[in-house]
Design a protein around this ligand. Structure first.
Ligand SMILES: [Zn+2]
Length: 92
């Protein structure tokens, strides 16, 4: 029997959806890294939620390039990109 692969169109209605600031893809919020602006500084936020938020795919290195983030974070895109990459650094 045909089993349709799940797409973003078939997500449960109550799943909060956000768009990635780099690729504009819509995904459930849990698949994003949240970046918040506090006192004028954008920083990757892994715990509490506060301030103005932006979302970047948590599993897509293509979305962590400062070139792609510049639209959302301007001159701070380089710092945000570095933080996103650091996140993925293997813990040893
Ligand atoms: Zn993305």
């Amino acid at each position: 029997m045909p089993d349709a692969r799940p797409t973003t169109d078939t997500l449960p209605r109550h799943t909060p959806e956000r768009s990635c600031v780099a690729c504009r893809r819509k995904r459930p919020q849990v698949e994003f890294v949240r970046v918040t602006k506090q006192e004028g500084v954008w920083a990757v936020q892994l715990g509490k939620r506060s301030g103005r938020g932006a979302y970047v795919c948590s599993d897509s290195p293509a979305c962590w390039q400062d070139k792609k983030l510049r639209r959302a974070f301007g001159a701070q895109a380089v710092q945000v990109a570095a933080q996103l990459l650091e996140r993925q650094a293997p813990a040893s």
